[in-house]
Design a protein around this ligand. Structure first.
Ligand code: GLC
Length: 517
């Protein structure tokens, strides 16, 4: 029987390039820094890494504003550094996927610069959404859309036209009805596939197509800039490109769609391979909420034979330790949630630093850099708190982030010394050693296992399910719970389990894996 493609059950580690490791000592992470630290990831036991955008960019949205899709931002290194990183990752047995940002370019992209100096109605403007304004003097935006970062989604240029940007003004939306755009992106995909990347994470995958005529949004009706049917033509084309390369190249969609059926469409057999399941990421800490999102995720993907995905933290959301309440309780819940996630069918996406148990940081207003902060009129603190550079070693900032003592681009807290990779390595009970053990056990017991999940009876406030010989039990409550398990405990996210072989006391806020007898 053919082996299932690697991505169906891979654990993929997200690297936020600015914040992972700094080689040249400027306080900003870079590609050579990642290369130097790849050992950490191989030792951790992940299967693949995902790099956030590292392309030339004015960094208005930290790289999600791409000025040139075929290069490397000098702040992060060179194309040779990229090739070296990829080669080294492959040598260590790690796959590498990269972010592709097709919804918008940077306002510094050559196409947009040409569009700005071209006249209304020109071919140069037709790659973006330039429109006249409303009102007698055209001084009102063409429609009522707002930016995801706050404020209007339109900015006016000196000749009076407006251009659309669903995010920052430095991120103009491309017009995917223009065939030049599709051709350009096919060529960009090939550029990186030819260099050997294993796949892509598709940024704002559900936003590329807009409803014809760019109608106003209206309460109670579907948004005119997400999940439009035409977006799927793009991914059918991309799938043909990916399939034309050897080696199971893949793509995972970032598509925040509430409707399960709409989400499933992105992973139909002739489209992308996976889509993130953000409902799992934002589920409340309760047995009922988790069971609901797990069942929903499994049903959505099984309808079309796709592989489910699970994620708890990312560069866009508060870290799960803090989302679950912070402190000791938050950490206990986060560890329990991770072990539960790693037992589920499909693939899991980890975010850098979660293996250290890092909490969300309350970045002081004067240091905030996320465009959300300014665009929301300083009402939304934005996402900087999950993007603080990784502490590697030492007792004070920058905790070995770079070779010198340069301040990191976002300040690190003073109390991170016990959380560094060095401090946790070899330390019994540390979150890092716990992740390593969990990932090794996942490989041993679940790799390549095509078994669906089977729910098992368990008391209120707990969940239990089996997969193959593995049983996963989670106690979401703050009190011990008795569960019946015919098995031997393999790993606990918290205290060890007590009890006879069949009926055991599951410690509070803990997940335990068992191997069935
Ligand atoms: C995605 C990215 C986010 C970025 C946005 C605009 O949601 O994950 O970080 O700000 O797209 O590109």
């Amino acid at each position: 029987m053919a082996r299932a493609p690697w991505w169906r059950d891979a654990v993929v580690y997200e690297i936020y390039v600015r914040s992972f490791a700094d080689c040249d000592g400027d306080g900003v992470g870079d590609l050579p820094g990642i290369r130097e630290r790849l050992r950490h990831l191989a030792d951790l036991g992940v299967d693949a890494i995902w790099l956030t955008p590292f392309y030339p960019s004015p960094q208005a949205d930290h790289g999600y504003d791409v000025a040139d899709y075929r290069g490397v931002e000098p702040l992060f290194g060179t194309l040779t550094d990229f090739d070296e990183l990829l080669r080294h990752a492959h040598e260590l047995g790690l796959r590498m996927i990269i972010d592709i940002v097709p919804n918008h370019t940077s306002s510094q992209h050559a196409w947009f610069r040409l569009a700005l100096v071209a006249r209304p109605g020109s071919r140069e403007r037709a790659r973006y959404y330039f429109r006249p304004g409303r009102g007698r003097s055209g001084d009102r935006p063409p429609n009522n859309w707002t930016s995801h970062f706050g404020g209007p989604a339109w900015t006016r240029v000196p000749d009076g036209e407006w251009y659309l940007h669903l995010f920052d003004a430095g991120q103009p939306d491309l017009d995917w009805t223009n065939p030049e755009v599709g051709d350009e992106f096919e060529s960009v995909l090939r550029f990186w596939l030819d260099r050997g990347v294993d796949g892509f994470r598709v940024d704002v995958a559900n936003g590329l197509a807009k409803a014809e005529g760019l109608p106003d949004t209206r309460r109670g009706t579907p948004l005119p800039f997400t999940d439009q049917p035409a977006v799927h033509d793009v991914y059918r084309r991309w799938r043909r490109v990916l399939d034309s390369y050897a080696g199971d190249r893949m793509a995972v969609a970032e598509a925040w769609s509430d409707d399960a059926e709409l989400r499933a469409r992105y992973t139909r057999p002739d489209e992308l391979h996976q889509a993130f399941n953000f409902h799992f990421q934002v589920a409340d800490w309760s047995a009922a909420a988790f069971r609901r999102v797990i069942e929903d995720g499994l049903t959505t993907t099984s309808m079309i034979g796709a592989a489910p995905t699970w994620v708890l933290s990312s560069h866009d959301q508060p870290r799960h330790v803090s989302r679950y309440g912070g402190g000791e309780v938050g950490l206990a819940r986060a560890r329990a949630a991770t072990l539960l996630m790693l037992a589920l069918p499909g693939s899991g996406y980890l975010y850098q630093g979660e293996e250290l148990g890092l909490p969300q940081v309350d970045v002081a207003p004067e240091h905030r850099q996320d465009p959300t902060w300014a665009r929301s009129g300083s009402t939304d603190a934005g996402r900087d708190g999950s993007r603080v550079p990784i502490p590697w070693s030492g007792s004070a900032a920058p905790y070995g982030f770079g070779p010198g003592s340069a301040a990191t681009w976002l300040p690190q807290p003073d109390d991170w010394a016990p959380l560094t990779v060095a401090a946790q390595t070899g330390l019994a009970g540390s979150t890092l050693e716990y992740y390593r053990a969990a990932l090794a056990l996942r490989h041993e017991h679940l790799a390549g296992l095509d078994e669906p999940l089977e729910w098992l009876p368990s008391p209120p406030g707990t969940l239990a399910f089996g997969r193959g010989r593995l049983v996963c039990t989670t106690n979401f409550t703050a009190r011990p719970r008795r569960v019946t398990v015919e098995g031997r405990p393999l790993i606990s996210s918290g205290a060890p389990v007590e009890g006879s072989t069949a009926v055991v006391r599951l410690p509070p806020t803990t997940t335990v894996w068992w191997v069935r007898r």
